[in-house]
Design a protein around this ligand. Structure first.
Ligand SMILES: [Zn+2]
Length: 221
């Protein structure tokens, strides 16, 4: 498949809106590629390089990472994934107008363009509740939810047996900060994509399988 036939879509919305869950389900059900901005950044932040340590400090305080850095990292991920599936989902990116413009630039350099942007709408209440239920395996990176996707053994990863942790940026006080930062920086993005005619809003309050049906319908046209 040539790169020009590959659809690039972005999932945006506050943390806890269900973007990651939907992206990973679409990956296993439809074979779509998924680029998870947060995971790529976290992988960089775990490296004990000067860059990694700086990135780690920024992320654990709930602040956004600078646009240049994220754009560069996302660009490399698109290259690695390029053409391997009919749809590539970029999950959790862009978050600012500058990132959106940067993404447009790197895609056009590759002869590609963003086909659709899905905005996952969700209340603060739901977002906080979902994030504080999240547990994370530091070893194999699997994410659990104590309400909807519990590990079989309390506090233990069912895949690799490691002890689960609460990620720094899933702690309630950090979540509130993330939501505030999100609203301020990301809200203008909706106008940006609405004007381009590629914005689709989806209801993040819906259950997993209902929301999945909405997305499949939108992606199949
Ligand atoms: Zn694990």
């Amino acid at each position: 498949m040539s790169k020009n036939e590959e659809k690039i879509v972005a999932f945006i919305g506050p943390p806890g809106a269900g973007k990651g869950t939907q992206a990973s389900q679409l990956k296993s059900k439809k074979g779509y590629s998924v680029i998870i901005a947060g995971d790529i950044l976290r992988a960089e932040a775990e490296k004990k390089t000067d860059f990694g340590i700086k990135l780690n400090n920024t992320m654990s305080s709930g602040k956004l990472v600078s646009d240049d850095i994220v754009i560069e990292i996302i660009g490399k991920a698109i290259d690695r994934n390029g053409g391997s599936s009919s749809v590539t989902i970029i999950d959790g990116f862009p978050r600012t107008i500058a990132q959106a413009q940067g993404l447009d630039e790197i895609l056009s350099e590759k002869g590609m363009g963003l086909n659709k942007v899905f905005y996952f709408e969700v209340s603060d209440k739901t977002a906080v509740e979902r994030n504080s239920n999240r547990r994370y395996c530091p070893l194999c990176k699997k994410v659990y939810n104590l309400r909807t996707d519990k590990p079989a053994k309390d506090g233990i990863c069912g895949v690799c047996g490691a002890r689960l942790v609460i990620r720094e940026d899933d702690k309630p006080e950090v979540i509130m900060d993330r939501l505030k930062v999100y609203q301020e920086q990301t809200a203008p993005l909706l106008d940006y994509y609405r004007e381009r005619g590629i914005l689709t809003k989806v209801n993040g309050e819906k259950g997993k399988s209902e929301l999945m049906k909405d997305l499949e319908y939108e992606l199949n046209d």
